[in-house]
Design a protein around this ligand. Structure first.
Ligand SMILES: *Cc1c(COP(=O)(O)O)cnc(C)c1O
Length: 444
């Protein structure tokens, strides 16, 4: 894009100037609609509940093949933890006050995949396996889906190849689940994908193909090669309804966890959720679920790195997947695994435009600082991207969002969604922690 074009864009969307200059911004979505104003979406409440039922049907299979899920009877879910010590330490260090209660949704503890991708990724692969088994009469709808582990099913799945483009975590989740079912799997990795993630995938029997470019390049190549194979199935992070629905079920489970804590979400006691965002699929699916479950009392915010504000630019300009951060000269280089995405998901973006409250951006250094503070105060260790939601309460309190919605900040339940970190090797995690510690050395 030439400079004169950029001037025109900035004139139309003034916030773009700061975004292009890599400054942190907060964007409040003026297109957020009330649930009763929304006529139709590409997915609806029935889809959400069907997905939840299907997860339950998959549980006996999961419990059988992944012993670590036996204790939860094959339900793959993460704890919701109140992080009072973090809240206290952060307030001291930042000389600020966070109003309301602050929780961490610990998807870094999700079994098997150690990241939020266990929700969407597992669901899509299981869904595809189920369709194949049904079509080939190896299974009836009313059967116990534990049968997916039968040798006959495995022999069928072995004929198929699952492909996926990934910056790391999606590849891990798709790779692990596909191999367990018996599929061949090929993961198309962007240049920024970590070495240990590739090695772990190879050790599970997945084929890893590396690309010199970013996520868009990896996903384009992966899509082309996989779909050229008549027995290829591509998990398309830029377009997938099944990933989306797999994520969305988290909202129903979260409602149960809040009920157990006797936290009742209503107009005077709203829920604020802050989710790290890459293509916008996982935060989008979860926001969709939350708006279905809690209606207008769920306020969902996405967080992106200043160097990868893809969904922000897509929604702000309404160009959605038609525009990339590269069009504005933004480099899409970040240490936040999973968030190094230049172009938003087509499927998720149109829905997010109606459902979410806004997006803020964050610098990489701040992610490491938060990782350190969370580790130090709560003994919880997540990957850098997964910390992005921790400053949400502070960021939104600085806007006029609460006044506009007549919300008393003391009544808010804040949830920072910790999206990953469970599989990060100890030495890497130590490096992250030390890096964060150094950044805070001058403040303490
Ligand atoms: C994938 C991922 C995200 C973002 O999910 P999208 O669907 O790409 O928006 C956030 N955090 C982590 C750790 C991830 O792996």
């Amino acid at each position: 894009m030439s400079y004169t074009d950029l001037d025109k864009w900035i004139k139309e969307y003034p916030l773009l100037e700061k975004i292009i200059n890599l400054q942190t911004v907060v964007w409040i979505n003026e297109s957020r609609a009330k649930m009763n104003e929304i006529n139709s979406l590409p997915v609806n409440k029935n889809d959400l509940h069907d997905a939840e039922k299907l997860w339950q049907k998959f549980a006996p299979y999961l419990s059988k093949v992944f012993p670590e899920t036996k204790s939860t009877n094959g339900i793959i879910e993460s704890p919701l933890k109140e992080i009072m010590h973090f809240k206290k330490l952060y307030s001291e260090v930042e000389k600020t006050k966070i109003e309301g209660r602050l929780f961490l949704k610990c998807d870094n503890e999700l079994p098997v995949a150690g990241s939020i991708k266990a929700r969407g990724g597992f669901y899509e692969v299981l869904h595809f396996a189920l369709q194949l088994a049904l079509e080939n009469n190896l299974l009836n709808k009313d059967d116990n889906y534990e049968k997916l582990a039968d040798e006959k099913c495995k022999a069928l799945f072995e004929q198929y190849t699952i492909g996926v483009g990934s910056t790391g975590n999606l590849g891990l989740s798709i790779g692990i689940m596909s191999k367990k079912l018996g599929f061949k799997v090929c993961v198309y990795m962007s240049a920024d994908a970590k070495e240990w993630k590739k090695n772990l995938l190879r050790s599970k029997g997945a084929i890893v193909k590396k690309f010199s470019g970013d996520f868009s390049e990896a996903i384009d190549a992966g899509r082309r090669i996989t779909l050229a194979d008549p027995k290829g199935y591509f998990v398309d992070d830029e377009n997938s309804k099944y990933l989306y629905l797999g994520y969305s079920v988290a909202a129903i489970r979260l409602k149960k966890q809040l009920d157990e804590l006797k936290i009742n979400i209503n107009a005077t006691h709203p829920l604020f959720v802050y989710s790290p965002c890459g293509v916008g699929g996982s935060p989008g699916g979860i926001a969709f679920g939350l708006r279905q479950v809690f209606g207008d009392n769920a306020h969902c915010f996405f967080v992106e790195p200043t160097h990868s504000p893809s969904v922000l630019i897509g929604l702000l300009t309404n160009r959605m997947q038609k525009i990339s951060v590269h069009d504005f000269g933004i480099d899409n280089i970040t240490d936040a695994d999973g968030l190094a995405v230049g172009r938003p998901s087509a499927f998720a973006s149109s829905i997010s435009k109606l459902l979410i409250s806004g997006i803020y951006t964050i610098e990489d250094n701040e992610l490491f600082g938060l990782l350190y503070l969370l580790g130090k105060s709560e003994n919880i260790f997540v990957e850098p991207s997964a910390t992005a939601g921790l400053i949400g309460a502070k960021i939104i309190a600085q806007t006029n969002y609460l006044q506009k919605h007549h919300i008393n900040s003391a009544n808010i339940t804040h949830i920072a969604w910790a999206t990953g970190g469970g599989l990060v090797p100890e030495n890497e995690m130590n490096d992250f922690y030390t890096k964060g510690e150094k950044l805070f050395a001058h403040k303490e």
